[in-house]
Design a protein around this ligand. Structure first.
Ligand code: IPE
Ligand code: IPE
Ligand code: MG
Length: 245
């Protein structure tokens, strides 16, 4: 696939983009711009997830990880936290369960400690995970997720089992065990930071930060991010052939 010109040069999509992760930021500002309560932004933001997943799936990307709620987001007012939890419950109950039944190529898993979630939501997450796993397309929903928390838990699990403290053993005890590391991490909403997302897994991810607020995110942004990804040279600490003099 050729993705069009950037600086006059054709960009080749070689299929190396398989796993994408997104920091879905900007719901509150989207609402504020419209003089609406922040919760209206979360509602609109939850409503676009399905469309975004479909676009990535059509583009042959088979793993999409979405940052829905961080371990730090509990600091927000209770009304906002409750609204987000209810919206996620509704999304799972009304959209995801139906989809897993109808689409044999789709499944969802959760990254983060489910124990701190409201009981009803925790049970729904477990139900969703038990319905299907390891299908062609996997959506990871990061919920009560923190990268530091994840690494500490993984290290503690490795120590408890008496295993050697190696990178492989840590990776195998992260919430993401068994899923590919993100090739590309997109952050919407115009801020240039990681906010405790996939700290371990992003060691060699490409980052794209865009100004679009999450509820406005769509095909045009996705095409831009994919094009940007394929315009970069990933070296993983090594050298390109042409550098190797
Ligand atoms: C992202 O949007 C959603 C969550 C963090 C749950 P925000 O709510 O952070 O929106 P802004 O950044 O305040 O605009
Ligand atoms: C990151 O956004 C978390 C999610 C998108 C779920 P935040 O809005 O919480 O990040 P900060 O506070 O601006 O760093
Ligand atoms: Mg934010």
């Amino acid at each position: 696939m050729t993705l069009g010109a950037k600086g006059g040069e054709k960009i080749k999509a070689d299929g190396s983009l398989r796993s994408v992760a997104i920091i879905m930021d900007g719901n509150g500002r989207w609402a504020k711009k419209r003089l609406l309560p922040r919760t209206a932004g979360h509602k609109k933001g939850a409503g676009i997830i399905e469309n975004v997943l479909n676009i990535f799936k059509e583009k042959g990307i088979n793993c999409v990880t979405l940052y829905a709620f961080s371990t730090e987001n509990w600091k927000r007012p209770k009304i906002e936290v409750d609204t987000i939890m209810n919206l996620i419950y509704k999304y799972l109950d009304e959209v995801v369960i139906k989809r897993i039944k109808e689409d044999e190529n789709f499944c969802m898993r959760f990254l983060g400690d489910k124990n701190a979630l409201p009981e009803k939501l925790r049970d729904k997450c477990i139900e969703v995970e038990e319905m299907a796993k390891d299908r062609a397309f996997v959506c990871n929903l990061a919920l009560n997720y923190g990268g530091r928390d994840e690494i500490v838990r993984a290290a503690a699990a490795v120590a408890e089992k008496g295993l050697p403290m190696t990178e492989e053993n840590i990776s195998a005890h992260l919430y993401t065990a068994g899923t590919p590391e993100p090739d590309l991490i997109i952050r919407t909403g115009g801020n240039y930071r990681i906010s405790n997302f996939l700290l371990w897994q992003s060691a060699y991810s490409e980052y794209v930060f865009i100004d679009t607020l999450w509820p406005d995110f769509g095909l045009k942004d996705i095409d831009f991010c994919i094009k940007e990804f394929y315009s970069r040279k990933r070296r993983f600490g090594g050298l390109d052939k042409e550098d190797d003099l």
